[in-house]
Design a protein around this ligand. Structure first.
Ligand SMILES: O=C(O)CCC(=O)C(=O)O
Ligand SMILES: [Fe+2]
Length: 269
């Protein structure tokens, strides 16, 4: 079993060719962009990729902290999701011990990421990387019809700072995405949020009707994406793994909608 249990097919109409693109050159940046440029690129395409965002000693230390978090997951105060081929440690950034995990704490609390979020959401309108998902994928068995593998948008909208800690391509789980698809998905999601509980939003796309490109990158690559863009992991070949960390930055509006949804589902007011 993988990921979210409720899989509902989204709008099956093909995306308007004029609004989406499978040209990777539009979303890869060779030179480190300013936070404002990142926010603009995410607004335009839903995703932007920064190769070698982390390297050298910092990358090595992040990998060491990744190993500690994964290996000690049961003895710590973190949420853990474990499926056949996914281990996910859910770190609450406020509760992270920065002396033990200095690179994770400084990277996901960095002023650079904060400036990206501020440019994207506006000052005071977001919570920077409230959660950090530390996750390892191992070989998948057969086709994967559900998120995070199936192409989808997230029911709960998030800006994600997603970092590969190992070299990653289509053989070991590279995330796939359809640049530009966030616009239509956002309209659908916002429309559905009015009449449906978040959990029931239809968010999975039929393939190959919906195209996508793999976000391949060497260890240290970061991509920033708005989860309204169609996205989903590639499957993982036997013997291979994928190591990632990702910061989840929500708008306060989305956090409030999630809290209201939770109260409605649990009968409290
Ligand atoms: O792991 C992946 O490549 C996809 C993850 C995903 O669906 C997400 O971060 O929202
Ligand atoms: Fe997702």
């Amino acid at each position: 079993m993988n990921g979210s249990p409720s899989t509902v097919t989204a709008d099956t109409t093909p995306f308007d060719a004029a609004s989406v693109s499978t040209d990777a050159r539009l979303i890869y940046r060779d030179v480190r962009p300013s936070p404002a440029e990142i926010a603009d690129a995410v607004r335009q395409w839903g995703i932007v990729v920064l190769p070698r965002f982390v390297d050298g000693a910092q990358l090595k230390q992040l990998n060491d902290e990744f190993d500690s978090l994964i290996n000690q997951r049961r003895s710590r105060d973190f949420g853990v999701d474990e499926f056949d081929n996914i281990v996910n440690v859910r770190v609450i950034r406020d509760r992270l011990d920065a002396t033990q995990f200095p690179q994770v704490a400084s990277l996901f609390g960095s002023e650079y990421m904060n400036q990206v979020a501020e440019n994207y959401y506006g000052s005071g309108n977001y919570r920077l990387n409230g959660e950090i998902f530390v996750s390892e994928l191992s070989a998948t068995q057969g086709p994967q019809p559900n998120p995070p593998f199936a192409l989808h948008f997230d029911k709960r909208n998030v800006l994600k700072f997603f970092i590969y800690l190992s070299n990653t391509d289509e053989r070991n789980g590279a995330m796939r995405a359809l640049p530009g698809s966030h616009m239509r998905n956002r309209r659908v999601r916002e429309h559905e949020m009015v009449g449906t509980t978040l959990q029931n939003i239809e968010n999975v796309f039929p393939e190959p009707l919906t195209p996508s490109i793999p976000i391949s990158g060497s260890a240290g690559t970061m991509f920033v994406f708005d989860t309204d863009v169609c996205h989903g992991a590639s499957t993982v070949e036997p013997g291979l793994t994928r190591r990632t960390m990702r910061g989840h930055t929500h708008s306060h509006a989305m956090l409030n909608a999630m809290a209201a949804d939770f109260r409605a589902a649990h009968g409290t007011h």
